[in-house]
Write a protein of this length. Structure first.
Ligand code: ADP
Ligand code: MG
Length: 225
């Protein structure tokens, strides 16, 4: 397993800059999106549909970048991680079926409560499940596992039997904007890693080409300050 390591200081400067710019982009974007929406009510127009779609993409990137500027998790509370997992997985029901993908849940947690930020943890899971789905263009199986470790920590794993990642690429995953996808941003894993770090947790990648990928996340039940 390889832990994603970032050059800490460099990333925090880049992160703050990125978040600052993202913040400035948000307002004009909201205005442009609003006016595009107004034009759309006339009659259906393919160009306007594309504009809306692309603006939603910018919005997603901008909200990803905003996370990078945050030094640590802000709204820590007791969250039911089992419920977060179940709800997030259910968001992918239709899309999984469409792509011939089965999502199997193995959630074995007697006490599912941990300290964390529900929205952020959900964002991590969404990114990981998306990646898993995108790695299986012909369909396959995603196993999402959660269990208690003897160390009082909780282990969450997202496993797929997709295309996998060659070793030399795993090393690069820490770098922002490194994507192998035509429409990818290369921000997903970086955001995940940042969020997990903010929770004082750990994220590891295990992958074998043509076999599949497992992302393992360890979270403490209580975030030591
Ligand atoms: P994006 O999905 O926008 O490309 P990510 O940071 O989420 O950005 O992922 C970066 C790259 O890591 C992807 O382009 C892909 O090549 C690789 N990757 C991530 N997760 C998986 C996975 N489950 N299976 C195969 N490759 C993956
Ligand atoms: Mg992704």
């Amino acid at each position: 397993a390889e832990e994603i390591i970032y050059q800490k200081e460099k990333l925090s400067v880049i992160g703050q800059l990125a978040a600052g710019i993202a913040h400035e982009i948000r307002n004009p974007l909201t205005a442009v999106k609003g006016f595009t929406q107004l034009l759309k009510t006339e009659e259906s127009n393919e160009y306007l549909d594309i504009m809306m779609e692309e603006m939603e993409r910018i919005e997603q990137i901008v909200s990803d970048l905003l996370v990078l500027g945050k030094p640590q998790a802000a709204n820590i509370e007791m969250v039911n991680i089992k419920r977060i997992l179940q709800r997030t997985i259910s968001l992918f029901h239709a899309e999984a079926m469409l792509h011939n993908i089965e999502i199997v849940q193995e959630l074995d947690l007697s006490d599912p409560y941990i300290e964390g930020e529900a929205d952020k943890l959900k964002q991590v899971l969404i990114n990981l499940i998306k990646n898993a789905m995108e790695s299986m263009p012909k369909g396959g199986e995603i196993i999402i596992r959660a269990k208690q470790l003897p160390s009082e920590e909780i282990l969450i794993q997202v496993m797929d039997n997709g295309v996998g990642i060659p070793p030399e690429r795993i090393e690069k995953l820490g770098e922002p904007f490194f994507s192998n996808k035509e429409k990818g941003t290369g921000l997903g894993l970086m955001i995940c890693n940042r969020i997990i770090k903010n929770h004082k947790g750990k994220m590891e990648i295990d992958s074998e080409v043509n076999k599949g990928t497992t992302i393992s996340i360890t979270l403490h039940k209580k975030i030591a300050s």
